[in-house]
Design a protein around this ligand. Sequence first.
Ligand code: GLN
Ligand code: ZN
Length: 770
Amino acid sequence: MLLTNNLGYPRVGAFRELKKANEAYWAKKISAQELLQAGLKIREGNWKTQKDAGIDLIPSNDFSFYDQVLDLTLTVGAIPAQYQSLLNNEDKGYNLDLYFAMARGFQQDGVDVTAMEMTKWFDTNYHYIVPEFVKNQEFKLTSEKFLNEYNEAKSLGIETKPVLIGPISYLLLGKEKESGFNRIDLIDKLVPVYEEILGKLAAAGAKYVQIDEPFLALDIDDATRALYTSVFTKLAAAAQDIKIIVTTYFEALRDNEETALNLPVYAVHVDLVRGENQLDTILAKVPASLTLSLGVVEGRNIWKNDYEKSLVQIKKAVDVLGKDRVLVGPSSSLLHVPFDLDNEDNEESLPKEVKNWLAFAKQKLAEVKDLAILAEGEIDAKTAERFEANKAAAEDRRTSSLIHKPEVKERTANITDDDAKRTSSFAARKEAQQAKFNLPAFPTTTIGSFPQTKDVRKWRADLKKGTISQEQYDKEIAEETERTIRLQEQLDIDVLVHGEFERNDMVEYFGEQLAGYAFTKNGWVQSYGSRCVKPPVIYGDVYRPADMTVRWSSYAQTLTNRPVKGMLTGPVTILQWSFVRNDQPRSTTTYQIALAILDEVQALEKAGIKIIQIDEPAIREGLPLRKADHQQYLDWAVRSFRVSSSNVDDDTQIHTHMCYSEFNDIIEDIAAMDADVITIETSRSQMELLDAFAADFKYPNDIGPGVYDIHSPRVPSTEEMVELLRKAKAVVPAEQLWVNPDCGLKTRAWPETKAALEAMVEAAKILRAE
Ligand code: GLN
Ligand code: ZN
């Protein structure tokens, strides 16, 4: 029998019920009991949905009130010292107060602790709470959440497969809080807790356990590979009769194939979406004792599975291993896709034809089941019908005129090296730009957005609801823009911005105006804790039917004699923060977006906007998980940016902005983007980041290192900023330096914005006088 194996299910609820319950609890509007009840309801619903879909191995312990890594931190008792007073030893479950204190910080009754650090979960947009380890770290079983949830499902009549992040990946996901040790060396102290966990699950009657070891699909060294073998030998012994499924995802096993496939466990799960080509070599290596779990239904994207394609892979595996040694499942946990496509009914933003190409979490369960039945061969009428519908949808997608625009494909295919290169050198451009703008030394500017006040958000909401007219809305936006221009003049800023009041979000705003984009109503995906995002969907060839930003930028320019900077989002960031097509390479989609942005750049130029910023905050996060793949990505990512920004006059000044640190390893690629000016986030690292720009490799173009942190309402003093600028001047020639905040000001309020910018301009003037 081919069993179906699901890895994890989204837990925010179809309508973000968990978000709402969490936030109500934090605001003290509901009790802990009510919050726990809300969690239980979601788990119950998820388990039943999976049971009804015919899933054999249904995960438990994949639910989390905030984050599954934090759950494990609590489970193994890796509670940093500052939170320990909040531990309630009686509570063997969620320990909510302690838990949320670690997640979000806590300020009450004389206790005042900040939150633990958060970072991206591999290359997803999910963020986890980073475990912290000390040299004398001890581990101790502190929560039995894994057991409680297993028993809870059992009492509902549902046998589940508890999910645990494996001990090696857990340590690797964390960080050392002091020097003098390597966190991986804590493994001998950690394994006994896992043995205890497995013992308890065995006693409770669990038949399977899923142990996630995503690092088995990443770059690891020989020592770590050897550790996998020894650790899993111990875990297998402790598990007694429980069947262990070691789970990998987001990448192919590659050089870890031998190690992973020879672990003494029941099964290994492999991602056949990201690692599409790994099946053949894996099948050649699978030992006779091992079962293979095939991740064929994509857990990271929202497209319908192509049954014919998946069946080829499943049948290949069945031919070699036999039905009893093959499991069928999604490529990864379904945490990264929205809940249920059936809740989408807005045909205007999501046309029926496009909807027919999609599958959310619930639909993916049905796909997994269909594939198992189809591969098994005993096909009932309903499944046969679904197979036909699946083939028809795939065919429709291959040929739909909604997707395929020959002009766009042709234009993209014909991009030349000249299209990706400015005509003149940076030095020549700088001279032309200086002649045009005549800016002082240490020119001042901001990153684009100004405060999105309650009023601004209300105008937008009212326009959407239809309670104010387009004219009324435009009038409000125009007035807010004018006030902002006047303020910047008053503050004596050199390069102004219009303020971005007309924008909801830096990707959605462009997506709504580009062809090839669709939008969902409830397509929420957890980003961190209670925060969810609703990525737009790129389904077709992208182009720009009309001007997108010219109107507000040129309006702002009519109000002042100072240059107003046009504001665009770059092609890689637009790609990175959307659900992306899987029927063509990401690079092709990015080039299409790049051409659309170029059209907008040229339209702005024509309208007299000669300084244009193209934001690329997501270039860094797009880096592939394996080092061997980095350069190829960087090549097309950088080239896409250049395509969007090169075909302009010498005296048009292109800016870009990035707000993630850690540029050190890719600084030469960032330089290759050849923006005339780059503004970056540096203030939180006290300009340390600038070292990357001044090390052996000298960054050639102009740089605006952020001189203050916009993430906090705190108003920095002029002296502080002067100090930072002097530091910057010590590593980067003064002629190359700009003065600006870290990032956009949309999350700030007006009073602190004015005060901070006033101090910033003052600091620039002091530097000029030195
Ligand atoms: N121009 C955008 C803004 O100012 C940039 C946002 C970002 O870097 N994330 O809001
Ligand atoms: Zn930023």
